[in-house]
Ligand binder design. Structure first.
Ligand SMILES: NC(=O)C1=CN([C@@H]2O[C@H](COP(=O)(O)OP(=O)(O)OC[C@H]3O[C@@H](n4cnc5c(N)ncnc54)[C@H](OP(=O)(O)O)[C@@H]3O)[C@@H](O)[C@H]2O)C=CC1
Ligand SMILES: CC(=O)N[C@@H](CCC(=O)OP(=O)(O)O)C(=O)O
Length: 345
């Protein structure tokens, strides 16, 4: 068994890691680090963990972690992991960061996050952990920058189309919808029940930190500089995220030919499900699971495509993908601990 620690212990990402790792055969959580509740029992905050998680939360001590831990999951807000991960350089600890600290170039990070970027030498070592696309790079990594939730869904749909030279890279439009847990456990005005309930509201228009992330990694599959229009909407549900993407085709295609291309692209990827012609993904189809469901329709009248991807933001969009990456980094079965049927209804 490898020993794991989670930093950001009382956050949503952390408690999802705890839920999923409970069933993992090779990883045991031996430390839960909390800056706000060190010394306390996590089940006192989250009663659903009563009798399951008995580990008393601790303060961060990187020297202790270095000696006692094999895998470190960082489930902290942007700006935290970049100050912690450098302490583990030169050690055998595998670091998996759920935040945006290691996903962008220093210039992009300063611009979109408004913070000082990570140390350039450490940043260079980090691999973007979009598990189903950058699988080989992840296997060789010691630092994983786990993708954002929206980029996970958007890139899973877009990359096969760009890589296969199927769509024009200008004019891509992504219409995204997310549940409230995407914002973490903190209570903001937009997440307040009275604001969010029975409401659908766009937010961060033109300012979303996932715009450069989607563009940066989509551009790896073409000589062109991919630019996207990206709109996020808050939906009154707890979990789930759906990206509906519109693009123009390069050649004449049919829905059947595109679905065949997607099937082939993901033929060895157990967590990407390409839906049959006539079906489109729904957030309820993936809730609680590590699946990314993709559906597509080619409008032959306008030679354009509508492609949609649905994920559970806390699983495939965060903790599940982090565990998938840990599996790949350690040469374990990639589905280990992640073979859940989605929760339905
Ligand atoms: N929620 C989601 O769907 C997704 C989240 N992410 C990213 O994953 C990370 C964690 O997200 P999530 O769990 O939802 O966020 P939460 O806000 O729910 O939890 C973050 C936790 O980090 C700890 N923390 C807060 N501030 C600081 C600080 N200044 N220094 C150190 N620790 C701090 C707190 O735990 P404690 O006090 O116990 O230490 C807090 O509970 C974020 O970077 C987020 O952007 C990525 C993809 C999806
Ligand atoms: C509802 C909501 O506010 N969602 C968040 C998701 C952020 C996230 O997942 O964080 P990273 O940037 O670290 O990936 C948002 O849209 O910013």
């Amino acid at each position: 068994m490898k020993k794991a620690a989670i930093i950001g212990g009382t956050g949503y990402g952390a408690i999802e890691l705890i839920r999923l790792l409970q069933a993992h055969k090779e990883i045991e959580i031996t430390k839960i680090i909390s800056q706000s509740q060190a010394g306390e029992d996590l089940a006192a905050t989250y009663p659903h963990l009563t009798g399951i998680v008995t580990t008393e939360m601790e303060s961060l001590d990187t020297e202790v972690l270095e000696k006692e831990i094999d895998i470190l999951f960082l489930a902290t807000p942007a700006g935290v992991a970049k100050n912690i991960i450098p302490s583990f350089q030169g050690t055998s600890v595998q670091c998996i960061d759920l935040s945006g600290d290691f996903r962008l170039s220093p210039e992009e990070y300063s611009e979109w996050y408004g913070k000082e970027p990570a140390d350039a030498a450490v940043l260079e070592k980090a691999v973007f952990g979009l598990s189903d696309i950058f699988t080989e790079e992840v296997k060789a990594a010691s630092i994983i920058s786990n993708p954002g939730c929206f980029p996970t869904a958007a890139l899973s749909a877009l990359v096969p189309l760009i890589d296969g030279d199927k769509i024009h890279t200008e004019g891509i439009r992504i219409d995204a919808k997310t549940g409230i847990s995407g914002a973490g456990k903190g209570l903001s005005e937009k997440a307040h029940f009275s604001s969010a309930n029975e409401n659908v509201v766009p937010y961060k228009i033109g300012k979303h930190q996932h715009i450069p992330e989607i563009e940066r990694y989509a551009s790896r599959f073409t000589n062109e500089d991919v630019k996207v229009s990206f709109t996020t909407h808050l939906i009154p549900m707890t979990r789930g995220l759906l990206c509906t993407i519109y693009a123009d085709m390069k050649q004449e295609e049919t829905t059947a030919s595109i679905l065949e291309h997607l099937q082939h692209y993901y033929r060895e990827k157990p967590f990407v499900r390409i839906l049959p012609e006539g079906q489109f993904p729904a957030t309820k189809g993936v809730t609680g699971s590590n699946y990314c469901d993709i559906g597509a329709y080619v409008d032959e009248r306008t030679n354009s495509i509508v492609i949609a991807a649905a994920i559970d933001n806390l699983v495939k969009g965060a903790a599940g993908q982090a565990i998938h990456n840990a599996n790949l980094m350690n040469g374990w079965e990639e589905t280990m601990g992640l073979e859940f049927i989605p929760v339905f209804p």
